[in-house]
Design a protein around this ligand. Structure first.
Ligand code: SAH
Ligand code: SF4
Ligand code: F3S
Length: 507
């Protein structure tokens, strides 16, 4: 268990018979103490503590939110379960595409069966899908076995809602239309000991015409630099070597502060934090990518040579209908500029196929940009109609067979290019942060290069969290097989003292 703040915070000093404090986060710690009391009762009755399971759907932002949910549950005394056969199950949902919603409804049927066999089990739903009134109506009507529903804006109140949900057998529903504040200093349980996401902003103001995120995540709000820096300092002191700064559009960070703070300035401050070795960020909107940011990236020793720059479409006509505020030429020029400054930069992107009104010519424009840029990798999506967004009302929804055909052609192109790109690194030596034991072969470990590509190599659990030097022996399209070379960075104390130019250390 890894925490970003003091999880041993002594909840026993809190008087749970007093009135709950008004101020946050004190109020939430009060409710965590209340929940802990209930956990004690459960333990006396059952001879074990209640267990929880958090399932995340969607993006990195949701993954980070789930760590906050887990942190609160842990502090309240719950223990982590390996699967949904748990006393408290929470699904942190996504609604960016229709199939994300369908997956949640599908899984709920399974949960219902589990609940029938497990008296006292509580089921909770939160996240982006809960911000959609139609989804909540459907759940209220047809999924009465769900105990708790809340949204994205009041996640910080989870301890309070948890306490409430254990006090009643009625469904507790608390969804807010907008955020009232950013609450700092709540616990979070990190999934990895050596890397962590860090929110720098919440919400989105861009209203790309296909996208539901601004409706379910609300208006853009940046966290204070001092709060972000304090969090990163604590993480680094706790052994975290890589952080991912998270926001829907990190390039517009800090614009509302007086005086404004730019994302590039924030990065420079984060870079100074000792112990931290790698900085990543997600996501950059091309319209706001500044020269200042490019310069800061180019000079940095810690910012990874990877830029995720969602293109969405290569057709200027479609980009305008998407409300993206750049055209094909702007995007190509931007890529030229970043590559001129950082030739080794890995570029990745997101692409949507089948946006309303997309013609074959528009699609070919996307293919053209894909070929011209040569992305290291790309996430390709079939356009999904989200009700309430402007695109849902647009004429010319593209027939399914045409979309499928375009999607297949695009995917093939993207994959061929990324395989060619990846191949270029074969034989080179790269820094790799070892993240886990390989899923398929326990004699191997898997790590990530600076450019975010995966590498498998011989090794054991002792390497996890270390940055080691690896020769890339063979490329398999999206990943590499490699072997360790001696002379690793200072994180790897065991081998740093070895003489240079040694043969690969196999294991
Ligand atoms: N804020 C990020 C993206 C967040 S959503 C950005 O602007 O880059 C992640 C990706 O999902 C988007 O980049 C887009 O490619 C895709 N997406 C969003 N809405 C979609 C929809 N309605 N249909 C299909 N793909 C969608
Ligand atoms: Fe959605 Fe556009 Fe905001 Fe990204 S920038 S979250 S695609 S509205
Ligand atoms: Fe999904 Fe919400 Fe992220 S809709 S993509 S989980 S911001």
């Amino acid at each position: 268990m890894y925490q970003e703040i003091d999880l041993d915070k002594d909840l026993s000093k809190i008087d749970i018979n007093a009135e709950p404090p008004i101020k946050e986060p004190d109020r939430q710690y009060y409710y965590m103490a209340k929940c802990r009391e209930r956990v004690k009762g459960f333990e006396e009755e059952n001879g074990r503590r209640p267990c929880y399971f958090v399932q995340t759907f969607g993006c990195q932002m949701n993954a980070r939110d789930s760590e906050k949910l887990a942190g609160i549950l842990e502090l309240a005394g719950f223990v982590k379960a390996q699967g949904e056969e748990a006393d408290f199950v929470i699904y942190n949902t996504c609604t960016v595409r229709e199939n994300a919603n369908n997956r949640v409804y599908g899984r709920l049927g399974y949960l219902h069966n589990l609940k029938k066999k497990r008296p006292g089990m509580r089921i909770a739903l939160c996240g982006c899908m809960m911000q959609e009134p139609e989804a909540v109506e459907k759940l209220k009507k047809s999924y009465r076995f769900v105990n708790l529903i809340f949204g994205t804006h009041n996640l910080y109140k989870f301890a309070e809602l948890l306490a409430q949900c254990y006090e009643t057998d009625q469904m507790v529903v608390d969804v807010w239309e907008q955020a009232d504040q950013i609450v700092e200093e709540l616990p979070a349980e990190r999934k990895f000991s050596f890397k962590s996401g860090v929110n720098i902003m919440f919400g989105c103001n861009n209203f790309c015409s296909y996208c539901i995120v601004p409706y379910v995540r609300g208006r853009e709000k940046s966290r204070e630099p001092k709060d972000i820096l304090r969090e990163v300092e604590r993480l680094a002191a706790d052994g975290v070597v890589e952080i991912m700064l998270l926001g829907q559009n990190v390039n517009s960070y800090g614009k509302t502060f007086d005086p404004p703070v730019t994302f590039a300035q924030l990065l420079q401050e984060v870079e100074k934090i000792e112990g931290l070795q790698r900085i990543r960020f997600m996501t950059s909107h091309p319209k706001d990518l500044s020269d200042e940011l490019i310069a800061v990236m180019a000079q940095s020793d810690k910012i990874c040579r990877h830029l995720h720059l969602p293109l969405q479409s290569g057709s200027s006509r479609i980009l305008q209908k998407m409300n993206r505020h750049y055209n094909k030429e702007d995007y190509l020029l931007l890529v030229e500029k970043v590559r001129a400054t950082m030739p080794d930069l890995a570029l990745t992107t997101d692409l949507i196929v089948g946006f309303p009104g997309e013609t074959e010519e528009d699609f070919l424009e996307t293919m053209d940009v894909v070929k011209k840029v040569g992305f290291d990798s790309a996430f390709t999506f079939v356009y999904s109609k989200r009700s309430g967004t402007p695109a849902a009302q647009m004429e010319g929804q593209v027939p399914e067979e045409i979309v499928k055909d375009r999607f297949d052609r695009l995917l093939k192109e993207v994959q061929e290019i990324s395989a060619q790109k990846a191949q270029k690194l074969t034989g080179s030596v790269q820094d790799v942060l070892i993240e886990s034991i390989n899923d398929h072969d326990a004699a191997l470990v898997t790590g990530k290069m600076d450019n975010n590509m995966a590498v498998h190599l011989k090794g054991d659990a002792g390497l996890i969290g270390k940055i080691v030097k690896v020769r890339l022996d063979a490329c398999r399209g999206f990943y590499y097989y490699g072997s360790r070379v001696c002379g690793d960075t200072e994180t790897d104390q065991d081998t740093a003292a070895l003489p240079e130019n040694q043969p690969p250390c196999m294991g």
